[in-house]
Design a protein around this ligand. Structure first.
Ligand code: FES
Ligand code: FES
Length: 159
């Protein structure tokens, strides 16, 4: 069947089977490979995108179920001039990534938090990111990056 939706502000469409996951559709049909697949069992969060403004693990829904929706992926988080968006830049500035595999999902989850909670506490950031697994960083600098992206002073936080 054909699915039409808006991805990163652009109308897009593609053929899917009823069982095609949104994560697969984004990567294989739309070639938006910034959305990563780390587990396929809804645990790692690497596949996190926004659907109609809400954070969703894209391996947990079928592509057919997002027909007509507004989807945002990591490719849509950059500024219009191609420079890194606010959350992306904070991850870079505060070393919130190492291998980078979890980073698209971390950025999308963090942006979703900041959209509803513009000045989260450290505890709120940690709680919100519980569904996103990072094998490299120990999370400290990810949390610091999210706090910095919210405009809070993290200069005294340990590296
Ligand atoms: S690939 Fe979706 S949660 Fe891991
Ligand atoms: S930076 Fe490697 S998994 Fe998070």
């Amino acid at each position: 069947m054909k699915v039409s939706l808006t991805v990163n502000g652009k109308p897009m469409s593609g053929e899917v089977e009823g069982r095609t996951l949104l994560s697969t559709f984004l990567r294989e049909t739309l070639s938006l490979t910034g959305t990563h697949i780390g587990c396929d069992t809804s645990q790692c969060g690497a596949c996190t995108v926004h659907v109609d403004g809400k954070q969703v693990k894209s391996c947990t829904i079928f592509a057919a179920d997002v027909a007509g929706a507004q989807v945002t992926t990591i490719e849509g988080m950059a500024n219009a001039d191609g420079t890194l968006g606010r959350v992306q830049q904070a991850f870079q500035d505060h070393h919130g990534l190492q291998c980078g595999f979890c980073t698209p999902g971390m950025v999308m989850a963090s942006a979703a938090l900041l959209a509803v909670n513009p000045k989260p506490t450290e505890a709120e950031v940690r709680h919100h990111l519980e569904g996103n697994i990072c094998r490299c960083t120990g999370y400290h600098n990810i949390v610091k990056a999210v706090m910095a992206a919210s405009g809070q002073d993290v200069s005294m936080a340990a590296e």
